[in-house]
Design a protein around this ligand. Structure first.
Ligand SMILES: [Zn+2]
Ligand SMILES: [Zn+2]
Length: 371
């Protein structure tokens, strides 16, 4: 046998990557499947594989470098020999996997693929539900040939390469044992038929893209990320297989006032300082209009009022709703009227004394701290 390096066409100090690349390139060229009946090619392929098996393994390569092929004979039987596992995987890479091209009966019904579209709706629409129209491009049976792929039935004949099965099989006795490969027939691309005069509309695919406008009922309670599936509204199936589905991915626009987390809604309500001190009845906007709520005397800024069942509708749970949380924020005006100004200044004088009194304890403590 020739020198392994020479065989693969690499230098003696070639890296593993270089060895791999060289092997793949040559293996493709001499693979028995691509050279049927060529004994020379098969012999060469086996030699290449044997060389690669050694040079791609660091230990075996070391032995080969020092003692040549003779040295390896010992290791083959010693138990360190790992078999063809790695090479099998490499070949798998190169040829796309044995049998992976296997096709079922080319006339078997196949379900059509799904169509996916995005749909943006307003917050209000999400809260109330809405009917929308979506535009899709759907694959349907060609209207010219009715899916027969040709207008002239006499121009269709059985593929001579695969005899109508759509796949070709090669059985090969190689160093790896008996390997059966099923590949899509290259002549008819798996259809089992050859068409001399393909349909002028669909060019022999049997399908055409049709623009459709589809009405869809968006149920109340949807949120960004909700997906609505309309079964049977996707692309048409092959060989009378069922159609795919239409998947609508919902995006809900942000509202100016309400924010949302799941089914709960949040809103900020400004109140005045005097309302916070004296208490009052305030109006809180909800999805169903204004709700009156009493706020007690001495309400703090940041106080949260919970309105049970006034949140977002729960998707597909009729009559169920999340909560609405209204956070009260004391509003500090930037400008005030003359009258307000006068009253506030009076208030300032009175409150100044109050604050002095109530902060006396604090000031004393801090004084102690520095003493
Ligand atoms: Zn064929
Ligand atoms: Zn057609």
């Amino acid at each position: 046998m020739r020198d392994y390096y020479e065989l693969l066409g690499v230098d003696r100090d070639a890296t593993l990557a270089e060895i791999k690349r060289a092997y793949r390139k040559q293996a493709k060229q001499y693979h028995p499947d691509l050279n049927p009946g060529d004994d020379e090619a098969e012999k060469k392929f086996k030699e290449l594989t044997a060389a690669y098996e050694v040079l791609s393994d660091e230990d075996k390569r070391n032995i080969y470098d020092r003692y040549g092929e003779e040295g390896l004979k010992g290791t083959m039987g010693s138990g360190s020999y790992t078999g063809y596992g790695d090479i099998f995987e490499d070949l798998f890479d190169i040829f796309g996997g044995f049998g992976s091209q296997r096709r079922r009966n080319p006339n078997a019904p196949v379900q059509g693929s799904d169509i996916q579209v995005g749909l943006r709706i307003s917050f209000k629409e999400a809260m109330q539900g809405v009917e929308k129209e979506v535009k899709v491009q759907r694959e349907e049976t060609c209207h010219t040939c009715h899916g027969k792929k040709t207008e002239n039935p006499d121009s269709v004949h059985t593929c001579p390469t695969c005899h109508g099965s759509g796949s070709v099989q090669t059985v090969q006795n190689s160093f790896m044992g008996r390997v059966v490969q099923n590949m899509t027939c290259p002549e008819c691309r798996g259809s089992g038929k050859i068409i001399d005069e393909p349909c002028s509309t669909c060019h022999g695919s049997g399908k055409e893209k049709v623009k459709k406008t589809i009405k869809v009922n968006i149920p109340k309670g949807v949120d960004t990320g909700s997906v609505i599936s309309l079964s049977g509204q996707g692309n048409e199936g092959i060989n009378n297989g069922p159609p795919g589905n239409l998947l609508i991915f919902i995006e809900v626009e942000q509202d100016k006032d309400f924010s949302r987390r799941g089914n709960d809604l949040y809103i900020e309500i400004p109140i005045s300082y005097s309302q916070a001190v004296l208490g009052d009845i305030i109006k809180i906007p909800t999805l169903n209009g204004l709700e009156e709520e009493r706020i007690p005397r001495g309400t703090d800024s940041g106080h949260v009022i919970t309105l049970k069942g006034k949140g977002a509708p729960v998707l597909q749970r009729e009559g169920r709703f999340g909560n609405l949380y209204a956070t009260l924020k004391i509003h500090v005006p930037k400008n005030v009227s003359n009258e307000e100004e006068k009253l506030l200044e009076e208030l300032l004088v009175i409150q100044g004394k109050d604050i002095e009194k109530s902060s006396k304890g604090l000031l004393d403590r801090i004084k102690d701290f520095f003493d």
